[in-house]
Design a protein around this ligand. Structure first.
Ligand SMILES: [Zn+2]
Ligand SMILES: [Zn+2]
Length: 189
């Protein structure tokens, strides 16, 4: 049996800052915010990887992929839509290296099993090693806002003083000028 080595799961984890937050970027307004990674993140990363590295079972990653909302502009998108350009570039390089490794293992397996063949028609060239983890996430000046609706913290731009949307549930929170208030509203699907 051939052992196909893929990237280890920790090779595609997104970096966290010292408080455990991971950077996100709204695909609409391009503003940055941070949330702590949850169980949905792995699915979002898998979904993105599959988009780069077309798998036959690519649809499997879409099940249960959460829809997040930009805390600033309220834009809604699937969780992998909030990957920053740097994170997407990293995932793309992981997917490419992964595909090269899989191809190499397949070719190497073929040449091993064809060892009796006196004239192999190809040589499997060992691919470059998998890309290392991304640079550590810096601790820049962001403001930690508790999302009382979901019991999670969100780090937002310091200067943002307008309405805030909870990234998870979409509940609207008042601006930072007054006391924090929650306007429970039905999320428009
Ligand atoms: Zn936005
Ligand atoms: Zn919420």
């Amino acid at each position: 049996m051939s052992a196909v080595r893929g990237p280890r799961a920790d090779g595609v984890e997104l970096p966290r800052d010292t408080a455990g937050f991971t950077r996100r970027e709204c695909p609409s307004c391009m503003r940055a915010f941070k949330t702590r990674p949850g169980p949905h993140d792995a699915r979002a990363l898998l979904h993105k990887l599959q988009a780069f590295f077309t798998l036959e079972n690519a649809h499997e990653g879409e099940e249960g992929l959460p829809v997040w909302r930009c805390p600033y502009c309220g834009h809604r998108a699937e969780a992998d839509g909030f990957l920053t350009p740097a994170q997407q570039t990293h995932l793309e390089s992981v997917a490419r290296a992964w595909a090269n490794h899989v191809r190499y293992e397949q070719l190497a397996h073929v040449s091993r099993t064809l060892s009796l063949n006196p004239r192999p028609t190809f040589v499997a060239v060992e691919p470059e090693s998998m890309p290392g983890p991304m640079d550590p996430e810096p601790d820049e000046l962001l403001r930690v806002i508790p999302m009382l609706c979901c019991g999670e913290d969100v780090k937002l731009l310091w200067e943002w003083d307008q309405l805030i949307f909870c990234p998870r549930c979409g509940a609207r929170h008042g601006g930072l000028s007054g006391r924090q208030q929650i306007q429970l509203e039905v999320i428009q699907e």
